[in-house]
Design a protein around this ligand. Sequence first.
Ligand code: ZN
Length: 77
Amino acid sequence: MAEPREFPPGPQPGRPPLAAASRLSPLQQAYAAYTDHAIHCDACRDIDRTCSQAETLWRGYQAAGSETYRRMADEAP
Ligand SMILES: [Zn+2]
């Protein structure tokens, strides 16, 4: 028997997209900014990956991750 899903598959009419920015953590928002860019950017599809905007967004994601882990370490008992 399959595990019950928390959400039924497929788009939900009348609901916002799952990636609604207001519900994402700063780390998730940074990753979404990177992936949203990379999906739609021609330069990011280039095999040499020379897109400077993607690099900036990726560094922002890494910085957000470092900040998140630093906060978690500070809040740990
Ligand atoms: Zn790009």
